[in-house]
Design a protein around this ligand. Structure first.
Ligand SMILES: Nc1ncnc2c1ncn2[C@@H]1O[C@H](COP(=O)(O)OP(=O)(O)O)[C@@H](O)[C@H]1O
Ligand SMILES: O=C(O)C1=C[C@@H](OP(=O)(O)O)[C@@H](O)[C@H](O)C1
Length: 172
């Protein structure tokens, strides 16, 4: 089976929905943020503080080079992965890319009390979300399928992705 690759903004539900899909299909879940954390031995927040975003992106691409060679897995990516066309190209080789849409208001609600996302830390959270979301939308829209998480629970979003994916697989 081709990999199920989840993309979308911070708080769009990639980790939550990725876990549900992996459980339901009984396949492995790879989380690129967790792989970067393992690689550098510190939290994402600390990586940004100590090494800066550029180094984080380099290691993130190194991780994607490795995990995109796998098959039959769910890959939950960091929200900035789609910004590098090389990452998208690699992930598409063995996978189908699902964009999890969430509005700025939903993202704010979900991440209101979260302080683990360094890009949302300085300044007003909603302004940061709107600015980044607008800038990134063309990159997210370039994915293969869009799932609106504003109107679906994680459970229903997982089921929808599975049904699209299995239907696509049966036609291969
Ligand atoms: N479809 C959804 N509806 C409501 N809340 C959601 C949904 N998807 C995720 N959440 C909540 O949003 C928060 C962030 O989700 P998470 O899976 O960590 O996002 P990501 O991995 O994309 O950054 C979690 O508290 C999660 O329970
Ligand atoms: O959007 C981004 O640029 C980032 C999203 C984060 O992952 P989540 O989308 O899982 O929060 C993490 O990779 C890092 O903080 C950068």
């Amino acid at each position: 089976m081709k990999n199920i690759v989840l993309t979308g903004f911070m708080g769009s539900g990639k980790t939550t929905i990725g876990k549900l899909i992996a459980e339901k299909l009984d396949i492995e879940l790879i989380d690129t943020d967790s792989e970067v954390i393992k690689e550098l031995g510190m939290t994402i927040d600390k990586i940004f503080e100590v090494y800066g975003e550029k180094k984080f992106r380099e290691v993130e691409t190194m991780v994607i080079e490795r995990v995109s060679k796998l098959e039959n897995v769910v890959i939950s990516t960091g929200g900035g992965v789609v910004l590098n066309p090389e990452n998208v190209k690699l992930l598409r080789e063995n996978g189908v890319i699902y964009f999890l849409y969430a509005s700025a208001e939903s993202i704010l609600k979900r991440l209101k009390d979260d302080d683990t996302r360094p890009l949302l830390k300085n300044g007003d959270k909603l302004s940061n979300i709107i600015r980044l979301l607008n800038m990134r939308m063309p990159f997210y829209k370039n994915c293969d399928f869009e799932i609106n998480t504003d109107i679906l629970t994680p459970e229903l979003a997982a089921e929808k992705i599975i049904s699209i994916h299995l239907a696509k697989e049966s036609k291969r």
